[in-house]
Design a protein around this ligand. Structure first.
Ligand code: GLN
Length: 558
């Protein structure tokens, strides 16, 4: 087999984790990426997930967090979303590597006879497959620097082939183009009143046991780590003292890049990777943190969903609301409302909110509560943003209560509905497997001139009438009902162009005329929201919520 060789100029930064999981490695990796991007480098990031699922699409959001969707329709780990937001880049399928993908590819090659008559083994076949995926992700993005985050904790059985692969990368591309950073937990013992360094020492020893000596350490702790603890750790882990950084608990994740910058992490990157010293441009981040810490206004948004006990299930949504808040100089307080608690005849608790958002979701649980929340928002003139399922419930509600289509529903929730206003399209009827089988990834949306939707995207599209947003769903507004719904007053303000045989095309967006802000979108614009480019529907929604709040407080007699 041809040797796997990395491109000559690309540099690689590997991030591993030790001691415990959920350390915020994704934030650490993304923050390093931010600091490199702020210096003008082309950066991409790869997340390695040691699980056997081929992708995150088949995993429960309330256990694993949200399924993040890329432009090219990959269903990925939520860290990919964090990378996109921090690095302000669009990533692709190849940026999330899993054990499942690697073995699937190796086994397929074996069946095709690619390995001739060799014995196929973890080393070299699996490790070569991993390395080639890391190199390919860098090439596809024309990246000068590739960040690679190895999921899991050092010492886990399942991450061993990945650690071996990243060890070999240094061997192949050279010491001066590779950097290993290990993120560990530094626990604080109240009784002893000190940070305990032993778990970090052990974790680095384990990493060294597989042939990787980290060049830098990021210590997760509850407050800034005192210098003597850093010096002690440096001595016992063989890491330079100025390459030990403290990532203490931050009030906002967007403050972490600046926190690492101030401790001089860039010196380590420059020294190890032979980069020039450049002054970083971090103004957007500083400005965001300023607004988050000292907002002029605030609004309260009720998110009526299913996985309300696991906010990570809606990570991109929360970030998009935050971006929209920053753009409006407002702090957005998110109140999670379990859809099952929005009961018949008992919707007055929704009164507390300046806006109501129904996010994406699957399955019948809580559906009627979401339909009631949409009705409440429509009838009382409360700003409403419906994302994917949130559009579907708004259409169901409108069909039942305005267009008088009794029993209207989605066939996802009621296969025998007399009025299946939301239904599967022919191409979905033929699908029988799970995983990558929905309408996924970036699709165009043609907007009706003069609509709320078109006004929201106006500055982004500069005269064009089409935008792209990412999708992840199976069901669509049933084209057979579009004329009836329109005749009853529903405004269809966005369609997928070029879907022949479906009238004007599949419904992408609906609105309610003469309502302050009522928008349902079949796509998920939260996936493309960035601090530097907040998503227009979210920005408009928060603007409407701010207006409602200030109008209401003006009504209250002093
Ligand atoms: N369950 C709905 C569908 O499959 C909505 C999906 C979503 O909200 N992402 O069409």
């Amino acid at each position: 087999m041809a040797p796997v060789n990395g491109p000559k100029e690309t540099r690689y930064v590997f991030v591993t984790g030790g001691v415990v999981s959920s350390l915020g490695k994704g934030i650490a990796t993304s923050s390093i990426g931010t600091l490199l991007r702020a210096r003008g480098y082309r950066v991409t990031a790869v997340k390695i997930d040691p699980y056997i699922n081929v992708d995150a699409g088949t995993m429960r959001p309330y256990e694993h967090g949200e399924v993040f969707v890329t432009d090219d329709g990959a269903e990925t780990d939520l860290d990919i979303g964090t990378y996109e937001r921090f690095l302000d880049v669009d990533l692709a399928r190849g940026n999330n590597v899993t054990t499942g993908q690697v073995y699937l590819a190796v086994i397929q090659k074996e069946r095709q006879g690619v390995y001739l008559s060799q014995t196929v083994q973890v080393i070299p076949h699996v490790t070569d497959e991993i390395k080639s995926r890391i190199y390919e992700a860098g090439e596809a993005a024309h990246a000068e620097i590739v960040l690679v985050e190895v999921g899991g904790t050092v010492g886990d059985i399942e991450s061993l082939p990945f650690l071996e692969a990243i060890r070999q990368v240094r061997f192949e591309v050279g010491r001066d183009r590779t950097l290993y950073i290990h993120v560990t937990l530094l626990p604080y013992l109240g009784a002893a009143e000190e940070y305990k360094t032993k778990p970090t020492q052990h974790s680095v020893a384990t990493l060294r046991g597989v042939g990787i000596q980290p060049d830098g350490l990021i210590l997760r702790s509850r407050s800034p780590v005192p210098e003597e603890a850093k010096t002690k750790i440096a001595l016992f882990t063989n890491v330079e003292a100025d390459a030990v950084f403290s990532a203490y608990d931050a009030d906002h994740v967007y403050a972490v890049p600046e926190m690492l910058e101030q401790q001089g992490i860039a010196r380590l990157l420059e020294r190890q990777l032979g980069l020039e010293r450049v002054t970083p441009e971090l103004r957007v981040w500083q400005e965001a943190v300023r607004v988050l810490r000292h907002p002029e206004k605030h609004v309260s948004i009720g998110v009526v969903g299913k996985y309300v006990a696991m906010p990570d299930a809606y990570l991109s949504l929360m970030e998009a609301l935050k971006h929209a808040g920053i753009a409006n100089e407002a702090r957005v307080d998110i109140d999670w409302v379990s859809a099952e608690e929005v009961a018949e005849g008992d919707v007055d608790h929704l009164d507390a909110f300046d806006g109501i958002l129904v996010p994406g979701g699957f399955g019948v649980r809580g559906i009627e509560g979401k339909v009631r929340a949409a009705r409440y928002a429509r009838e009382r003139g409360v700003p409403y943003l419906g994302i994917c399922l949130g559009l579907q419930v708004a259409v169901i509600e409108f069909a039942r209560n305005v267009a008088n289509l009794a029993g209207a529903n989605s066939t996802e929730f009621d296969p025998y509905s007399p009025h299946p206003v939301i239904d599967l399209m022919p191409e979905q009827l033929e699908v029988d497997g799970l995983g990558g089988t929905m309408r996924l990834g970036s699709w165009p949306m043609r907007m009706t001139p003069g609509s709320l939707l078109a006004s929201l995207y106006a500055s982004r599209v500069e005269g064009r009438d089409t935008v792209h947003e990412r999708h992840r769903h199976r069901y669509e507004v049933n084209p057979a009902y579009v004329d009836t719904l329109k005749a009853a007053g529903l405004v269809v303000s966005g369609v997928t162009p070029g879907m022949e045989g479906r009238g004007e095309g599949l419904v992408e967006a609906v609105e309610i005329a003469s309502h302050p802000f009522f928008l349902g979108l079949q796509s998920h614009p939260e996936f493309t929201s960035r601090l530097m480019r907040p998503s227009p529907p979210f920005t408009g929604f928060i603007r409407a919520a701010v207006m409602r709040r200030s109008a209401q407080s003006a009504d209250v007699p002093a």
